[in-house]
Design a protein around this ligand. Structure first.
Ligand SMILES: NC(=O)C1=CN([C@@H]2O[C@H](COP(=O)(O)OP(=O)(O)OC[C@H]3O[C@@H](n4cnc5c(N)ncnc54)[C@H](O)[C@@H]3O)[C@@H](O)[C@H]2O)C=CC1
Ligand SMILES: O=C(O)CCC(=O)C(=O)O
Length: 429
């Protein structure tokens, strides 16, 4: 039995589904399948570095508040730590640590030369003004100056952050070191070295993986009924591209609830509606309201959770009707629910594969920045699609050869690659 993590506080209560314990369980299953050395497993079970900083911020009304900012660096065996920064009230050190570990396997699975990291601040960004968010972001990055950098640790957007925050981060880092360093973050605006295609990349990757999974069942995207939880960066891009490919998006949601249409939602119009209504989708013409809970159990072909972790659990898994669950979010299906879905023959496309389009285009952005040559969007999308499709087929092959489910197949590929590199490098002597 491994000691989970010496570096992290215990979860709040035994009943709480701890994302870090879940991530360790998946790692242990992969280690068992690979017959991995116990010492290697022990190393991979621990984040290499855990940083928590205080972020004092003066709010617009003069109040001083001190926030916590986390950055967890799980592994840099294959290259610089890589992963997004999340602004959400539910952020905890254990959640960020789990997400950092997932990034390590994701980058390894996709064959891109990065380790895994993740950061987060437990705030609801909707409750702060733009000025307050800028001050919070700049102070957070100032506190992390020595821990990040284009060859060290490269943040990117995650829930609650976007190109805007990446620009503030790039500027703060650059001012601190005395010269412009665009490569310190990815997911930046185009004006400072961002890549065409990054904004839609995670959703595009989800569409590609769903398309490949359907093709394997002899089906196409045309007419397939899809329900999507979360209509942010990932959910809305996936919805748009699936809609373009002929799928029928029957339901989408945000944290405030969802909307349903039996004939399918007009996604381009919905995107305009949400942009005009401060991201709210409620009241969209020719739709009826639906709760987030009901969305997950709708009769549909493909279910895409694209918001938070732990959305499909032991409690609701038996009501899930989709034949394909594509994990656009990180960790939306719990360990127990995953077992139930697998036993029922539902195809679960695991997060480290299904949502890897974002980090792949982050990598392409970094490559373009380092080479000072920028590509057109068609090339970015083509290169990303190539890497995603290759990874999909590697996972399918691993699953068939070892007779294991797709998640375990993906994990064995990611974990196996890192373990090999760790051993070749000499186990961090
Ligand atoms: N942005 C990226 O490039 C990547 C994001 N992801 C994952 O995708 C997921 C979504 O991220 P983004 O789209 O970037 O975030 P976002 O902040 O752009 O959008 C999040 C969406 O989820 C909704 N939401 C929040 N709480 C909810 C709840 N309790 N129930 C239902 N919906 C809720 C929000 O209203 C919003 O529509 C996260 O799990 C993230 O880690 C994964 C890979 C890359
Ligand atoms: O683009 C990146 O570097 C990371 C995206 C991310 O945080 C994720 O894949 O979960």
């Amino acid at each position: 039995m491994i000691s989970k993590s010496l570096l992290l506080p215990e979860p709040a209560s035994p009943a709480h589904i701890c994302p870090f314990d879940q991530a360790c369980s998946y790692l242990e299953a992969a280690a068992k399948e690979l017959n991995l050395n116990q010492g290697v497993l022990e190393i991979l079970s621990h984040p290499r570095k855990v940083v928590t900083v205080s972020i004092p911020v003066k709010l617009d009304d003069g109040e001083i508040r001190v926030l916590a900012g986390h950055r967890v660096q799980h592994s840099d065996v294959l290259g610089p730590y890589k992963g997004g920064i999340r602004y959400h009230p539910a952020v905890t050190l254990r959640e960020v640590s789990a997400l950092a570990m997932l990034m390590t396997w994701k980058c390894a699975l996709l064959g891109i030369p990065y380790g895994g990291g993740k950061g987060g601040i437990p705030i609801d960004p909707k409750r702060y003004s733009v000025g307050e968010l800028e001050r919070i972001t700049r102070r957070y990055i100032s506190e992390l100056i020595k821990d990040i950098g284009p060859a060290v640790d490269i943040p990117a957007p995650d829930m609650g952050t976007s190109a805007r925050e990446m620009a503030w981060m790039m500027d703060t880092y650059s001012v601190n070191v005395g010269h412009a360093v665009p490569g310190v973050v990815t997911g930046k605006p185009l004006s400072i070295g961002g890549s065409l295609g990054r904004e839609m990349a995670t959703g595009r990757g989800v569409m590609i993986i769903v398309r490949e999974a359907l093709a394997q069942q002899g089906k196409s995207l045309a007419g397939v009924r899809v329900a999507i939880q979360g209509f942010g960066n990932v959910g809305s891009a996936a919805a748009e591209l699936l809609h373009q490919a002929g799928a029928k998006i029957i339901a989408v949601s945000t944290g405030a609830g969802g909307i349903f249409s039996e004939v399918g939602l007009d996604i381009p119009k919905l995107k305009v509606y949400a942009a005009e209504n401060r991201k709210s989708i409620m009241g969209f013409p020719q739709s009826v309201p639906i709760s987030n809970a009901d969305l997950l159990t709708l009769p549909c072909d493909v279910l895409i959770p694209a918001a938070l972790e732990n959305q499909i659990t032991e409690e609701n898994v038996n009501q899930v009707q989709a034949q394909i669950v594509a994990e656009a979010a990180n960790g939306p299906v719990t360990l127990e629910a995953n077992l139930v879905l697998e036993a029922r023959g539902v195809t679960v496309l695991p997060d480290i594969l299904a949502n890897a389009g974002g980090v792949v285009v982050s990598y392409l952005e970094w490559v373009q920045g380092l080479s000072y040559v920028f590509w057109d969007e068609e090339r970015v999308n083509r290169e990303m699609e190539h890497l995603m499709v290759q990874a999909y087929h590697r996972v399918i092959q691993q699953s068939e050869v070892r007779q294991i489910p797709l998640r375990l197949a993906a994990y064995t590929l990611g974990v196996g690659r890192v373990a090999q590199a760790l051993t070749d490098r000499g186990l961090y002597p």
